[in-house]
Design a protein around this ligand. Structure first.
Ligand code: FAD
Ligand code: NAD
Length: 477
């Protein structure tokens, strides 16, 4: 008979969904445990999930290092700053990234201690009656009985049958965050968020990067004008993005990975890469999470079915984050974690999926909240738009970062903001003023009437709001 422990809340998964849910549950006075199977690079249990270990945080660390190197070589001269023989030591860069990851995964462990959350390192499976069996790394098993269980198992990379990960030549995000040197030729399958961010990292460090994308449109979920502006900048940077390209075969040979594809002209071609990053989306990590015969339902994509409040329909069982419907984003997972902990405690809890901001951390950054113009058009909503370029903003030009624009879409009759789309410097920060406006059901005129500091990048948001009513000051309307 396994040892059995009793909790008010057991969370399976210690990513930004699960660990945040556990902390909030503990804050609300509930006896809480969190189960996570992941190990860090040192082989020791590491909390924080995909986001802290092999996602958001390490990718941003490398994006920042590579940006500094790129600017030193290509931008600083404009400021009169020159240097000879700029070099990048990839080992030092990766070491810095690993230190940041350790700091943050260790930080979660400290927060668990401070909040008296019991941590179990191992694989958790939910059985009937809210019983969680944990297979620990030492082979032993424990049973956790809980009034409420929160499933926060996250997601895994999708593998293509003709490009299996080997951890060396053909890799996913994990491998491409740990190259020991800059690959001379990097192939990427999938021009989505990971392909663009990690493709940018290695391009800035000197790799020749070719991105093969199956769809005919570039970033189809992004507003059409923003996708166009971003594509123009990526082309200038030398990112070779090939749309409408179907990869059919990969072969690992002595000289690299041979990737055979049919291009947009229908002709077959083969390219050879030192490394191939496959970033074609992620799938819910629901395998093995539910015991056989579980009454918790999965949808046709393997995601756990939940209602608008993240309840699975089974008494006391909830699910959040990447393993359920909605965008696969860390902040969405965390908000759901907080909402569920509060609902369990009898408080109101809700996440508005319509105002979750998106950011792609390329150069320039891309960010948005709400609907894109093509979406509003397809839904037959009457709308008007206003946009303003960073090239006409004093601060952006002073920073030598004039690329991009802000575009606001508002309802043609009510002026209510339906979506805001940004491409340019620091738009990962600027988008939040737009999220606030949308959360408060604001109109474009509300944004236009707010005094923005000068000179500031946020003046571009202000001018775009004025432009919705054809009264932008610093451009012809
Ligand atoms: P996860 O973070 O995946 O955590 C789930 C945890 O549960 C994992 O530690 C896993 O090991 C564990 N687990 C799974 N099953 C079990 C089980 N049965 N028993 C025990 N433990 C289990 N999002 C952003 O918002 N911004 C970004 O900049 C960003 N950058 C990214 C960059 C990359 C390269 C990648 C891959 C993703 C990025 N994401 C980003 C997405 C983000 O990482 C995810 O949306 C987020 O981590 C989801 O959180 P989660 O808690 O649902 O799941
Ligand atoms: P993605 O969905 O963003 O992009 C995948 C791309 O691959 C798509 O453009 C798709 O059309 C293409 N594709 C699919 N199959 C293909 C094939 N066989 N050949 C060529 N192209 C193919 O997925 P991702 O880049 O793997 O990222 C996964 C998720 O992780 C993202 O959707 C996002 O939710 C999250 N993420 C977020 C951030 C961020 O917030 N900054 C960063 C990285 C990842």
């Amino acid at each position: 008979m396994n040892e059995q422990h009793f909790f008010d809340v057991v969370v399976i998964g210690g990513g930004p969904g699960g660990y945040v849910a556990a902390i909030r549950a503990a804050q609300l006075g509930m006896k809480t445990a969190c189960v996570d199977v992941a190990l860090g690079k040192d082989g020791k249990p590491a909390l924080g999930g995909t986001c802290l270990r092999v996602g958001c945080i390490p990718s941003k660390a490398l994006l920042d290092s590579s940006r500094q190197f790129h600017n030193l070589q290509h931008v600083f001269a404009e400021h009169g700053i020159t240097t000879k023989d700029a070099k990048i030591d990839v080992g030092t860069m990766i070491g810095r990234k690993d230190k940041i990851v350790k700091q943050f995964t260790g930080g979660v462990a400290m927060l668990f201690k401070a909040n008296k959350i019991t941590s179990y390192a191992g694989f958790g499976t939910l059985h009937d009656g809210n019983l969680v069996r944990v297979k620990q790394h030492d082979g032993s098993e424990v049973e956790l009985k809980a009034t409420n269980v929160i499933l926060a198992a996250g997601s895994d990379s999708i593998e293509l049958p003709f490009a299996k990960f080997d951890g060396d030549r053909i890799v996913d995000n994990v491998g491409s965050l740990d190259f020991t040197e800059t690959p001379k030729r990097l192939g990427v399958i999938g021009a989505g968020v990971i392909g663009l961010e990690l493709g940018s990292v290695w391009k800035r460090l000197g790799a020749e990067v070719v991105i093969l994308e199956a769809l005919p449109d570039f970033l189809p979920a992004v507003d059409i004008d923003i996708a166009k502006a971003a594509a123009k900048e990526f082309k200038k940077q030398g990112l070779d993005i090939r749309l409408n390209t179907k990869v059919g075969k990969t072969e690992i040979k002595k000289d690299g990975v041979h990737v055979t594809f049919s291009g947009s002209d229908g002709k077959e071609d083969t390219l050879v890469f030192d490394k191939l990053l496959v970033s074609v989306g992620r799938k819910a990590a629901s395998k093995g999470l539910l015991a056989e015969g579980s009454t918790v339902k999965l949808d046709d994509r393997g995601r756990i079915e939940v209602d608008a409040h993240n309840h699975t329909g089974v008494d006391g069982v909830w699910a959040i984050g990447d393993c359920v419907r909605g965008p696969m984003l860390a902040h969405k997972a965390s908000e759901e974690g907080i909402a569920v902990a509060e609902l369990i405690a009898g408080l109101p809890g809700h996440v508005n999926l319509d105002t979750v901001p998106w950011v792609i951390y390329t150069e320039p950054e891309i960010a948005w909240v709400g609907k894109a113009e093509q979406q509003v058009k397809a839904e037959g909503i009457p709308y008007k738009t206003g946009s303003f370029p960073f090239a006409a903003n004093g601060r952006a030009v002073a920073m030598a970062e004039p690329a991009g624009l802000v575009k606001i879409i508002a309802h043609a009759e009510t002026d209510r903001i339906l979506g805001v789309h940004l491409c340019g410097p620091a738009v990962s920060e600027l988008v939040h003023e737009c999220v606030v406006a949308m959360e408060f059901n604001g109109s474009a005129d509300d944004l236009a009437r707010i005094c923005h500091a000068h000179p500031a990048l946020s003046e571009v948001v202000h001018e775009a709001a004025l432009a919705v009513d054809k009264r932008a000051i610093h451009k012809a309307n």
